[in-house]
Design a protein around this ligand. Structure first.
Ligand code: SF4
Length: 278
């Protein structure tokens, strides 16, 4: 597998050659052709969804909140947080080589007001515990299920928004999301990102228990009445094993260049729609 995986990704940044992230995995599962355009063919984006720019600006502002807290043990003033968000949003609007796609009724001003309200809510309601790490990178091995090698030549990589510890020193991953709808039980039960994070933490020996790490999603809801909700997710060793199986299967499919079109709802705001569907 080693040589072929490297060959597949030869048109991508060398840093991309020997790893897979949650984002890459979920893109492949959503649509293998989208994965190929994104990570193999290097196809230019046709448009950028505004939700991506908005989410990044909120994410950067919240990151500032936690970095300030970690450095000073104090709370960043809300005005600074909002200024930071607005600058990030402006930068996201200006620094684009491709057109930005807005949904019906969305405008830059509307998103700026919405983000400001969400951050006020976050600032008022968040109760941080001991901050261990902000934006912690990881790179962990993936067992080779073919039995040829102990590990695949591809590592699982990613970045954790925040690692907190409670008063007993128990670690928990905190991931901030913006969402249009509340999470339901099925979404929590089948959420793959938390399985990836739990597996990574267990591999780094930072898990909450021996083989699993608690994950808390802090979700800023873009509902008519903004809300800030928290969802707790746990994963077991069985979930980790299923993830390893999935990674082995997806990497084997990539190695064999299985890049078919998975047409469906994801085509609506796909960055490669014109080149893919003509
Ligand atoms: S347009 Fe649809 S089928 Fe084509 S790459 Fe995008 S999501 Fe996949």
């Amino acid at each position: 597998m080693k040589a072929q995986v490297r060959n597949i990704n030869s048109r991508v940044n060398p840093e991309e050659q020997v790893h897979i992230s949650y984002s890459q995995l979920s893109t492949y599962l959503l649509c293998p052709m989208k994965y190929a355009h994104s990570y193999v063919y290097g196809t230019a984006w046709e448009q950028k969804p505004v939700a991506l720019i908005f989410g990044q600006a909120i994410h950067r502002a919240v990151e500032q909140y936690y970095l300030y807290r970690k450095d000073t043990d104090d709370t960043i003033p809300i005005g600074h947080l909002i200024d930071f968000f607005r600058q990030s949003l402006d930068h996201g609007f200006k620094d684009n080589e491709v057109p930005i796609s807005f949904k019906k009724g969305e405008t830059a001003n509307h998103l700026q007001s919405q983000g400001t309200e969400l951050l006020k809510l976050f600032h008022a309601e968040v109760i941080p515990q001991q901050i261990i790490e902000v934006e912690k990178s990881f790179s962990v091995p993936i067992p080779d299920l073919t039995g040829m090698y102990k590990e695949l030549p591809v590592r699982l990589v990613g970045r954790l928004d925040l690692i907190e510890a409670d008063t007993d020193g128990t670690y928990m991953i905190v991931e901030l999301k913006t969402a249009a709808q509340r999470y339901n039980a099925l979404r929590i039960e089948t959420d793959l990102q938390s399985t990836v994070y739990s597996y990574a933490m267990s591999q780094m020996n930072h898990a909450t228990s021996e083989n699993s790490c608690l994950i808390r999603y802090d979700v800023l809801l873009k509902t008519k009445e903004p809300a800030f909700e928290h969802y707790f997710v746990t994963r077991s060793e069985r979930d980790h094993n299923r993830l390893i199986e999935l990674l082995n299967q997806v990497l084997a499919a990539i190695e064999h260049r299985i890049f078919y079109r998975q047409t469906g709802w994801a085509c609506a705001d796909c960055q490669f729609r014109k080149i893919c569907l003509g």
